[in-house]
Design a protein around this ligand. Sequence first.
Ligand code: TYD
Ligand code: MG
Length: 381
Amino acid sequence: MLGGGIVAGSVVLLTGEPGVGKSTLLLQIAEHLASEDDAVMYVTGEESPHQVKLRSQRLGIPGQGIFILPESDIDTILEKLDDCRPVMAIVDSIQTLHCREASSGPGSVAQVRESGLRLMHWAKTNHTPVFLAGHVTKDGGVAGPRVLEHMVDVVTYLEAQDAGSYRILRNTKNRFGSTSEIGVFEMTGQGLAEVADPSQAIIAQRYRESVGTTVVPVLQGNRTLMLEVQALTSPSSGPAPRRVGNGVDYNRLLMLSAVGNKRGNLGLAGQDIIVSVAGGFRVDEPAADLAIVLAMASSLCNRPLRFDLAAFGEVSLSGEVRPTPQAQRRVQEASRLGFSKCILPAANQDQVNPPPGMQLDFVESLHESIQTALGNPERLS
Ligand code: TYD
Ligand code: MG
Protein backbone atom coordinates (compact mmCIF):
# COMPACT_ATOMS: atom_id res chain seq x y z
CA MET A 1 0.00 0.00 0.00
CA LEU A 2 2.91 2.33 0.60
CA GLY A 3 4.34 1.57 -2.84
CA GLY A 4 6.76 -1.23 -2.00
CA GLY A 5 7.70 -0.51 1.60
CA ILE A 6 8.17 2.30 4.05
CA VAL A 7 10.23 5.07 2.47
CA ALA A 8 12.98 6.53 4.67
CA GLY A 9 12.03 9.99 5.86
CA SER A 10 8.43 9.65 4.79
CA VAL A 11 5.51 10.81 6.87
CA VAL A 12 2.37 8.71 6.82
CA LEU A 13 -0.90 9.96 8.26
CA LEU A 14 -3.20 7.14 9.34
CA THR A 15 -6.69 8.49 9.84
CA GLY A 16 -9.96 6.91 10.87
CA GLU A 17 -12.78 7.15 13.31
CA PRO A 18 -12.05 6.57 16.99
CA GLY A 19 -12.07 2.86 17.81
CA VAL A 20 -11.51 1.66 14.27
CA GLY A 21 -8.10 0.15 15.08
CA LYS A 22 -5.43 2.77 14.33
CA SER A 23 -3.46 2.22 17.54
CA THR A 24 -3.70 -1.53 17.05
CA LEU A 25 -2.36 -1.33 13.50
CA LEU A 26 0.46 1.03 14.48
CA LEU A 27 1.56 -1.25 17.29
CA GLN A 28 1.55 -4.19 14.91
CA ILE A 29 3.66 -2.22 12.44
CA ALA A 30 6.06 -1.31 15.27
CA GLU A 31 6.42 -4.98 16.11
CA HIS A 32 7.49 -5.76 12.54
CA LEU A 33 10.26 -3.17 12.53
CA ALA A 34 11.55 -3.18 16.08
CA SER A 35 14.35 -5.43 17.25
CA GLU A 36 17.18 -5.42 19.75
CA ASP A 37 19.20 -3.12 17.51
CA ASP A 38 16.35 -1.18 15.93
CA ALA A 39 14.28 0.96 18.23
CA VAL A 40 10.79 2.10 17.42
CA MET A 41 9.53 5.06 19.43
CA TYR A 42 5.82 4.98 20.16
CA VAL A 43 4.69 8.36 21.42
CA THR A 44 1.38 8.07 23.19
CA GLY A 45 -0.59 11.14 24.11
CA GLU A 46 -3.95 9.49 24.52
CA GLU A 47 -3.31 6.31 26.39
CA SER A 48 -1.10 5.65 29.36
CA PRO A 49 1.95 3.41 28.90
CA HIS A 50 0.06 0.83 30.94
CA GLN A 51 -2.80 0.81 28.43
CA VAL A 52 -0.37 0.44 25.54
CA LYS A 53 1.32 -2.38 27.41
CA LEU A 54 -2.01 -4.14 27.96
CA ARG A 55 -2.82 -3.88 24.28
CA SER A 56 0.55 -5.25 23.28
CA GLN A 57 0.07 -8.19 25.66
CA ARG A 58 -3.28 -8.83 24.10
CA LEU A 59 -1.68 -8.77 20.68
CA GLY A 60 1.06 -11.13 21.80
CA ILE A 61 3.73 -8.51 21.16
CA PRO A 62 6.66 -8.93 23.57
CA GLY A 63 7.72 -5.40 22.69
CA GLN A 64 11.44 -5.83 22.29
CA GLY A 65 12.84 -2.62 20.83
CA ILE A 66 9.56 -0.71 21.21
CA PHE A 67 9.88 2.32 23.44
CA ILE A 68 6.74 3.93 24.78
CA LEU A 69 6.91 7.67 25.37
CA PRO A 70 3.93 9.21 27.16
CA GLU A 71 4.34 12.79 26.06
CA SER A 72 2.41 15.47 24.29
CA ASP A 73 4.83 18.38 24.23
CA ILE A 74 6.37 18.52 20.77
CA ASP A 75 9.70 20.01 21.87
CA THR A 76 10.20 17.25 24.45
CA ILE A 77 9.21 14.60 21.90
CA LEU A 78 11.75 15.87 19.39
CA GLU A 79 14.48 15.92 22.04
CA LYS A 80 13.72 12.32 22.98
CA LEU A 81 13.69 11.30 19.34
CA ASP A 82 17.12 12.85 18.88
CA ASP A 83 18.41 10.92 21.90
CA CYS A 84 16.85 7.61 20.95
CA ARG A 85 17.53 7.66 17.19
CA PRO A 86 14.78 5.17 16.37
CA VAL A 87 14.28 3.46 13.00
CA MET A 88 10.70 4.67 13.07
CA ALA A 89 8.58 6.99 15.16
CA ILE A 90 4.86 6.65 15.79
CA VAL A 91 2.80 9.49 17.17
CA ASP A 92 -0.61 8.51 18.53
CA SER A 93 -2.31 10.83 18.07
CA ILE A 94 -1.57 14.10 16.32
CA GLN A 95 -4.55 15.69 18.11
CA THR A 96 -2.92 15.38 21.52
CA LEU A 97 0.27 17.24 20.63
CA HIS A 98 0.89 20.71 21.84
CA CYS A 99 3.47 23.22 21.04
CA ARG A 100 4.52 25.96 23.45
CA GLU A 101 4.85 28.60 20.75
CA ALA A 102 1.38 28.18 19.28
CA SER A 103 -1.10 29.93 21.51
CA SER A 104 -4.31 27.94 20.98
CA GLY A 105 -5.20 24.71 22.82
CA PRO A 106 -4.17 21.10 22.03
CA GLY A 107 -6.04 19.65 19.05
CA SER A 108 -6.60 23.07 17.53
CA VAL A 109 -5.70 23.54 13.89
CA ALA A 110 -2.72 25.79 14.69
CA GLN A 111 -1.27 23.28 17.18
CA VAL A 112 -1.76 20.31 14.88
CA ARG A 113 -0.22 22.13 11.93
CA GLU A 114 2.82 23.39 13.84
CA SER A 115 3.48 20.01 15.50
CA GLY A 116 3.03 18.22 12.18
CA LEU A 117 5.48 20.56 10.46
CA ARG A 118 8.14 19.92 13.09
CA LEU A 119 7.73 16.17 12.88
CA MET A 120 7.96 16.41 9.07
CA HIS A 121 11.15 18.34 9.40
CA TRP A 122 12.55 15.77 11.86
CA ALA A 123 11.62 12.88 9.55
CA LYS A 124 13.30 14.49 6.53
CA THR A 125 16.50 15.53 8.31
CA ASN A 126 16.92 12.15 10.02
CA HIS A 127 15.72 10.01 7.07
CA THR A 128 13.43 8.24 9.47
CA PRO A 129 9.78 7.44 8.79
CA VAL A 130 7.11 8.89 11.04
CA PHE A 131 3.59 7.51 11.33
CA LEU A 132 0.92 9.81 12.67
CA ALA A 133 -2.48 8.69 13.91
CA GLY A 134 -5.32 11.16 13.46
CA HIS A 135 -8.99 10.90 14.29
CA VAL A 136 -11.50 11.87 11.67
CA THR A 137 -15.21 11.52 12.02
CA LYS A 138 -17.32 10.28 9.13
CA ASP A 139 -18.51 13.73 8.16
CA GLY A 140 -14.93 14.98 8.27
CA GLY A 141 -15.91 16.85 11.45
CA VAL A 142 -12.62 17.28 13.28
CA ALA A 143 -10.56 19.75 11.29
CA GLY A 144 -7.25 18.76 12.90
CA PRO A 145 -5.74 16.06 10.65
CA ARG A 146 -7.13 17.68 7.48
CA VAL A 147 -4.62 20.48 7.70
CA LEU A 148 -1.85 17.86 7.54
CA GLU A 149 -3.08 16.18 4.40
CA HIS A 150 -1.26 18.40 1.97
CA MET A 151 1.99 18.26 3.95
CA VAL A 152 2.49 14.56 4.56
CA ASP A 153 3.60 12.03 1.94
CA VAL A 154 0.89 9.45 2.42
CA VAL A 155 -2.63 9.79 3.76
CA THR A 156 -4.32 6.53 4.49
CA TYR A 157 -7.76 5.94 5.90
CA LEU A 158 -8.81 2.95 7.97
CA GLU A 159 -12.50 2.28 7.64
CA ALA A 160 -14.86 -0.18 9.25
CA GLN A 161 -17.98 -1.66 7.86
CA ASP A 162 -20.92 -0.75 10.08
CA ALA A 163 -21.63 -4.11 11.62
CA GLY A 164 -18.70 -6.29 10.66
CA SER A 165 -15.16 -6.93 11.61
CA TYR A 166 -13.55 -5.99 8.27
CA ARG A 167 -11.24 -3.03 8.25
CA ILE A 168 -10.37 -1.55 4.90
CA LEU A 169 -7.31 0.62 4.47
CA ARG A 170 -7.33 3.07 1.56
CA ASN A 171 -4.77 5.61 0.48
CA THR A 172 -6.22 8.96 -0.40
CA LYS A 173 -2.77 10.31 -1.22
CA ASN A 174 0.51 8.57 -1.93
CA ARG A 175 3.65 10.30 -3.17
CA PHE A 176 5.41 6.95 -3.67
CA GLY A 177 2.84 4.77 -5.34
CA SER A 178 -0.69 4.15 -6.32
CA THR A 179 -3.78 5.16 -4.39
CA SER A 180 -5.79 2.30 -5.82
CA GLU A 181 -4.34 -0.45 -3.62
CA ILE A 182 -6.42 -1.37 -0.63
CA GLY A 183 -5.60 -3.39 2.46
CA VAL A 184 -8.24 -5.70 3.85
CA PHE A 185 -8.05 -6.78 7.47
CA GLU A 186 -10.21 -8.45 10.00
CA MET A 187 -10.31 -7.37 13.65
CA THR A 188 -9.67 -10.50 15.66
CA GLY A 189 -8.97 -11.20 19.32
CA GLN A 190 -5.27 -10.80 18.45
CA GLY A 191 -5.52 -7.53 16.59
CA LEU A 192 -5.78 -6.93 12.86
CA ALA A 193 -5.22 -9.93 10.64
CA GLU A 194 -4.74 -9.61 6.92
CA VAL A 195 -7.50 -11.08 4.79
CA ALA A 196 -5.35 -12.68 2.13
CA ASP A 197 -8.19 -13.61 -0.23
CA PRO A 198 -10.93 -11.00 0.16
CA SER A 199 -12.94 -12.30 -2.83
CA GLN A 200 -13.16 -15.69 -1.19
CA ALA A 201 -14.21 -14.12 2.11
CA ILE A 202 -16.93 -12.05 0.44
CA ILE A 203 -18.26 -14.94 -1.63
CA ALA A 204 -18.24 -17.25 1.38
CA GLN A 205 -20.75 -14.97 3.07
CA ARG A 206 -23.35 -15.50 0.38
CA TYR A 207 -25.15 -18.68 1.08
CA ARG A 208 -27.97 -18.74 -1.42
CA GLU A 209 -29.62 -16.91 -4.25
CA SER A 210 -31.26 -13.76 -3.07
CA VAL A 211 -33.34 -11.14 -4.79
CA GLY A 212 -31.55 -7.93 -5.67
CA THR A 213 -27.95 -9.12 -5.40
CA THR A 214 -25.32 -9.62 -8.05
CA VAL A 215 -21.57 -10.07 -8.11
CA VAL A 216 -19.08 -7.99 -10.06
CA PRO A 217 -15.32 -8.46 -10.51
CA VAL A 218 -13.66 -5.08 -9.95
CA LEU A 219 -10.02 -4.05 -10.07
CA GLN A 220 -8.47 -2.50 -6.99
CA GLY A 221 -4.81 -1.85 -7.58
CA ASN A 222 -3.12 -5.15 -8.31
CA ARG A 223 -6.07 -7.12 -7.11
CA THR A 224 -9.30 -8.28 -8.63
CA LEU A 225 -12.11 -8.44 -6.10
CA MET A 226 -15.45 -10.13 -6.46
CA LEU A 227 -17.84 -7.70 -4.81
CA GLU A 228 -21.48 -8.24 -4.08
CA VAL A 229 -23.82 -5.41 -5.10
CA GLN A 230 -27.18 -5.31 -3.38
CA ALA A 231 -30.20 -3.28 -4.46
CA LEU A 232 -33.58 -2.69 -2.91
CA THR A 233 -36.36 -0.98 -4.80
CA SER A 234 -39.60 -0.10 -3.16
CA PRO A 235 -42.52 2.07 -4.31
CA SER A 236 -41.97 5.61 -3.12
CA SER A 237 -44.48 7.23 -0.84
CA GLY A 238 -43.23 10.78 -1.34
CA PRO A 239 -43.32 13.06 -4.36
CA ALA A 240 -39.59 12.66 -5.03
CA PRO A 241 -38.29 9.06 -4.88
CA ARG A 242 -35.19 8.58 -2.77
CA ARG A 243 -31.88 7.15 -3.93
CA VAL A 244 -29.31 5.98 -1.40
CA GLY A 245 -25.89 4.61 -2.29
CA ASN A 246 -23.46 2.93 0.10
CA GLY A 247 -20.13 2.21 -1.54
CA VAL A 248 -21.32 3.55 -4.90
CA ASP A 249 -21.08 7.04 -6.27
CA TYR A 250 -24.36 8.86 -5.79
CA ASN A 251 -24.36 10.56 -9.19
CA ARG A 252 -23.57 7.27 -10.88
CA LEU A 253 -26.53 5.75 -9.07
CA LEU A 254 -28.82 8.52 -10.31
CA MET A 255 -27.57 8.05 -13.83
CA LEU A 256 -27.99 4.27 -13.74
CA SER A 257 -31.50 4.58 -12.30
CA ALA A 258 -32.43 6.89 -15.15
CA VAL A 259 -30.83 4.72 -17.81
CA GLY A 260 -32.42 1.58 -16.33
CA ASN A 261 -35.79 3.26 -16.42
CA LYS A 262 -35.56 4.66 -19.91
CA ARG A 263 -33.36 2.21 -21.82
CA GLY A 264 -33.74 -0.93 -19.74
CA ASN A 265 -37.51 -0.61 -19.69
CA LEU A 266 -37.51 -0.92 -15.91
CA GLY A 267 -40.22 0.97 -14.05
CA LEU A 268 -37.81 2.68 -11.68
CA ALA A 269 -39.18 6.22 -11.82
CA GLY A 270 -41.55 5.92 -8.87
CA GLN A 271 -39.27 3.71 -6.79
CA ASP A 272 -37.06 4.47 -3.83
CA ILE A 273 -33.72 2.79 -4.60
CA ILE A 274 -31.03 1.72 -2.18
CA VAL A 275 -27.80 0.27 -3.50
CA SER A 276 -25.04 -1.08 -1.24
CA VAL A 277 -21.80 -2.93 -1.67
CA ALA A 278 -21.47 -5.75 0.85
CA GLY A 279 -18.62 -5.80 3.37
CA GLY A 280 -18.00 -2.05 3.39
CA PHE A 281 -16.19 -2.10 0.03
CA ARG A 282 -16.58 0.53 -2.69
CA VAL A 283 -17.05 0.22 -6.40
CA ASP A 284 -15.65 3.21 -8.23
CA GLU A 285 -15.27 1.65 -11.63
CA PRO A 286 -17.82 2.06 -14.43
CA ALA A 287 -17.32 -1.69 -14.90
CA ALA A 288 -19.75 -2.14 -12.00
CA ASP A 289 -22.59 -0.36 -13.85
CA LEU A 290 -24.12 -3.48 -15.31
CA ALA A 291 -24.14 -5.34 -11.98
CA ILE A 292 -25.82 -2.37 -10.30
CA VAL A 293 -28.61 -2.19 -12.89
CA LEU A 294 -29.11 -5.97 -12.81
CA ALA A 295 -29.40 -5.88 -9.02
CA MET A 296 -32.05 -3.14 -9.33
CA ALA A 297 -33.89 -5.14 -12.02
CA SER A 298 -33.84 -8.26 -9.85
CA SER A 299 -35.27 -6.37 -6.90
CA LEU A 300 -37.90 -4.71 -9.05
CA CYS A 301 -39.28 -7.97 -10.44
CA ASN A 302 -38.65 -9.81 -7.18
CA ARG A 303 -36.75 -12.58 -8.88
CA PRO A 304 -33.24 -13.67 -7.93
CA LEU A 305 -30.39 -13.77 -10.39
CA ARG A 306 -28.53 -17.05 -10.70
CA PHE A 307 -26.24 -17.70 -7.78
CA ASP A 308 -23.32 -18.56 -10.06
CA LEU A 309 -23.70 -15.42 -12.21
CA ALA A 310 -21.19 -12.57 -12.36
CA ALA A 311 -21.61 -9.47 -14.53
CA PHE A 312 -19.56 -6.48 -15.55
CA GLY A 313 -19.67 -3.71 -18.15
CA GLU A 314 -20.00 0.04 -18.38
CA VAL A 315 -23.47 1.31 -19.22
CA SER A 316 -23.77 4.41 -21.39
CA LEU A 317 -26.56 6.96 -21.39
CA SER A 318 -27.90 5.39 -24.56
CA GLY A 319 -28.22 2.02 -22.81
CA GLU A 320 -25.29 0.41 -24.62
CA VAL A 321 -22.99 -1.90 -22.70
CA ARG A 322 -19.52 -0.58 -23.35
CA PRO A 323 -16.19 -2.45 -23.23
CA THR A 324 -14.35 -2.77 -19.97
CA PRO A 325 -10.57 -2.88 -19.47
CA GLN A 326 -8.94 -6.15 -18.39
CA ALA A 327 -11.95 -8.34 -19.16
CA GLN A 328 -9.91 -11.56 -19.07
CA ARG A 329 -8.60 -10.85 -15.59
CA ARG A 330 -12.16 -10.34 -14.34
CA VAL A 331 -13.49 -13.49 -16.00
CA GLN A 332 -10.64 -15.50 -14.51
CA GLU A 333 -11.29 -14.26 -11.01
CA ALA A 334 -14.98 -15.15 -11.38
CA SER A 335 -14.02 -18.60 -12.60
CA ARG A 336 -11.53 -19.12 -9.76
CA LEU A 337 -14.30 -18.50 -7.25
CA GLY A 338 -16.63 -20.99 -8.83
CA PHE A 339 -18.83 -18.73 -10.97
CA SER A 340 -19.97 -20.53 -14.09
CA LYS A 341 -21.78 -17.76 -15.95
CA CYS A 342 -20.71 -14.23 -16.73
CA ILE A 343 -22.49 -11.44 -18.59
CA LEU A 344 -20.01 -9.05 -20.19
CA PRO A 345 -19.71 -6.55 -23.03
CA ALA A 346 -19.81 -7.90 -26.58
CA ALA A 347 -17.04 -5.43 -27.41
CA ASN A 348 -14.70 -7.44 -25.16
CA GLN A 349 -15.29 -10.69 -27.05
CA ASP A 350 -11.91 -10.67 -28.83
CA GLN A 351 -9.94 -10.28 -25.62
CA VAL A 352 -11.48 -13.10 -23.64
CA ASN A 353 -10.83 -16.84 -23.67
CA PRO A 354 -13.51 -18.56 -21.65
CA PRO A 355 -12.03 -20.52 -18.75
CA PRO A 356 -13.16 -24.18 -18.58
CA GLY A 357 -16.68 -24.54 -17.23
CA MET A 358 -17.49 -20.86 -17.68
CA GLN A 359 -20.32 -19.74 -19.94
CA LEU A 360 -19.87 -16.23 -21.27
CA ASP A 361 -22.85 -14.18 -22.40
CA PHE A 362 -21.73 -11.25 -24.50
CA VAL A 363 -24.22 -8.39 -24.58
CA GLU A 364 -24.53 -5.15 -26.49
CA SER A 365 -27.29 -3.38 -24.66
CA LEU A 366 -28.76 -3.03 -21.22
CA HIS A 367 -32.04 -4.40 -22.48
CA GLU A 368 -30.35 -7.52 -23.75
CA SER A 369 -28.46 -7.94 -20.44
CA ILE A 370 -31.66 -7.80 -18.43
CA GLN A 371 -33.24 -10.39 -20.70
CA THR A 372 -30.21 -12.65 -20.39
CA ALA A 373 -30.13 -12.35 -16.64
CA LEU A 374 -33.85 -12.38 -15.82
CA GLY A 375 -35.44 -13.65 -18.98
CA ASN A 376 -38.42 -11.34 -19.10
CA PRO A 377 -38.87 -9.14 -22.11
CA GLU A 378 -41.88 -7.27 -20.72
CA ARG A 379 -41.73 -4.10 -18.78
CA LEU A 380 -40.63 -4.88 -15.25
CA SER A 381 -42.18 -3.00 -12.40
P1 TYD B 1 -7.86 0.91 18.66
O1 TYD B 1 -6.66 0.43 17.96
O2 TYD B 1 -7.71 1.36 20.06
O3 TYD B 1 -8.61 2.04 17.82
P2 TYD B 1 -8.20 3.58 17.53
O4 TYD B 1 -6.79 3.76 17.90
O5 TYD B 1 -8.47 3.76 16.07
O6 TYD B 1 -9.13 4.43 18.34
O7 TYD B 1 -8.91 -0.28 18.56
C1 TYD B 1 -10.02 -0.24 19.33
C2 TYD B 1 -10.98 -1.36 19.06
O8 TYD B 1 -10.43 -2.57 18.59
C3 TYD B 1 -11.62 -1.67 20.39
O9 TYD B 1 -13.01 -1.58 20.20
C4 TYD B 1 -11.20 -3.06 20.72
C5 TYD B 1 -10.82 -3.65 19.40
N1 TYD B 1 -9.74 -4.63 19.49
C6 TYD B 1 -9.98 -5.96 19.16
O10 TYD B 1 -11.07 -6.36 18.81
N2 TYD B 1 -8.94 -6.85 19.23
C7 TYD B 1 -7.70 -6.48 19.62
O11 TYD B 1 -6.78 -7.34 19.65
C8 TYD B 1 -7.47 -5.11 19.96
C9 TYD B 1 -6.13 -4.65 20.42
C10 TYD B 1 -8.52 -4.23 19.89
MG1 MG C 1 -6.02 4.92 19.40
